[in-house]
Design a protein around this ligand. Structure first.
Ligand SMILES: NC(=O)c1ccc[n+]([C@@H]2O[C@H](COP(=O)([O-])OP(=O)(O)OC[C@H]3O[C@@H](n4cnc5c(N)ncnc54)[C@H](O)[C@@H]3O)[C@@H](O)[C@H]2O)c1
Length: 307
């Protein structure tokens, strides 16, 4: 008798699954036995437009390969609409076991030229979108006393990226959201983890090769596919990852990193208390060797494939 598949019996929602990394996660989850809701509104990279074709095509591919899937064309960025995505899992497959918050858009603009709408649109899809789907799924997860979330974050938030104040803030916000869900819902056996992925998709194809070093790293990035990111995501939403909660991972082709989380690095104490002058005279020399480079970006931290 064949071994049961890792995701057999699970119903998984993957947002932004019509393309790129989300499509790879949806297909691998289905291949491992999950029933998958392929959610995607089929927008342009900046969030404009809309097209049902990408989600439908991924569903067709999954079905052709013998898997089970249904499309969902509702946006994550509106609370009511995100509720329909989770309801779509209930209507089609009667339950929901995992949500992968992967939908994303990009509106890179240097901070001093960023508009309110550049900020709102990116934060609404990624940070608010992750809250929206997670909050609707939480009602089911609580009742059934099980569930798993994976949120796709980015080193743009964890470390830094140029022209990405909206994107980086949303992505680091997703890390805090994931931790908060883990803290609040582990009592219901609900787990929540993050992945900072890397892949050559239309999202990264939009990054200009401003200088030879960036051009060289873009060539490296082209070797990294959406599929390189899917195994970790599928593992994290499976029961095999039972004890894995509130962690932040990064993927980079065939490497998987466990990322650090913020903890005190060092401290300095004065029994007589502090004044601004004492901060300058005493705190600064005591702590400055622990300071991070204030303008460090992903490319300064990862030695290859960082754009
Ligand atoms: N590609 C990378 O190297 C990289 C690096 C770091 C983080 N990420 C993150 O990984 C995720 C996937 O990125 P990708 O490169 O596959 O991008 P992609 O542009 O190929 O796919 C994103 C999908 O999300 C969909 N989408 C956008 N807004 C939506 C909404 N409101 N509701 C539902 N769907 C929506 C789009 O239609 C698109 O199909 C994103 O969250 C992205 O920020 C990607």
């Amino acid at each position: 008798m064949a071994e049961p598949k890792m995701m057999e019996g699970k119903v998984v929602v993957v947002t932004g699954a019509g393309r790129g990394i989300g499509a790879a996660i949806a297909k691998l989850a289905a291949q491992k036995g999950a029933k998958v809701i392929v959610n995607d509104i089929g927008v342009g990279l900046d969030g404009a437009g809309g097209d049902q074709t990408p989600a439908q095509e991924v569903v067709n591919e999954i079905k052709k390969a013998g898997g089970e899937a249904a499309p969902s064309y509702d946006s994550v960025s509106d609370f009511t609409s995100a509720g329909k995505i989770i309801q779509c899992a209930m209507d089609n497959f009667g339950r929901v076991d995992a949500v992968v918050n992967n939908a994303g858009i990009l509106r890179d603009v240097i901070f001093h030229k960023m508009s309110e709408s550049d900020w709102d649109s990116v934060v609404n899809v990624m940070l608010k979108g992750a809250f929206n789907t997670a909050r609707h799924a939480a009602d089911h997860f609580r009742k059934q006393e099980s569930g798993a979330f994976v949120h796709m974050t980015s080193t743009s938030g964890l470390i830094g990226g140029m022209g990405q104040a909206n994107y980086g803030a949303a992505k680091l916000g997703m890390v805090a959201l994931s931790k908060a869900i883990a803290v609040d819902m582990s009592r219901f056996n609900v787990r929540s983890n993050c992945i900072a992925p890397v892949a050559w998709t239309r999202m990264t194809a939009s990054i200009p090769a401003k200088d030879p070093a960036t051009a060289a790293r873009i060539e490296q990035r082209k070797q990294v596919t959406p599929e390189h990111n899917a195994p970790l995501a599928v593992y994290l939403i499976s029961d095999a990852a039972k004890g894995v909660n509130a962690q932040v991972f990064a993927t980079r082709k065939n490497e998987i990193f466990l990322m650090s989380q913020s903890r005190p690095l060092r401290s300095v104490h004065r029994a007589d208390g502090w004044t601004p002058e004492r901060c300058a005279e005493h705190m600064y020399p005591a702590l400055k060797t622990g300071f991070y480079n204030p303008v460090e970006r992903t490319a300064d931290v990862f030695s290859w494939d960082s754009i």
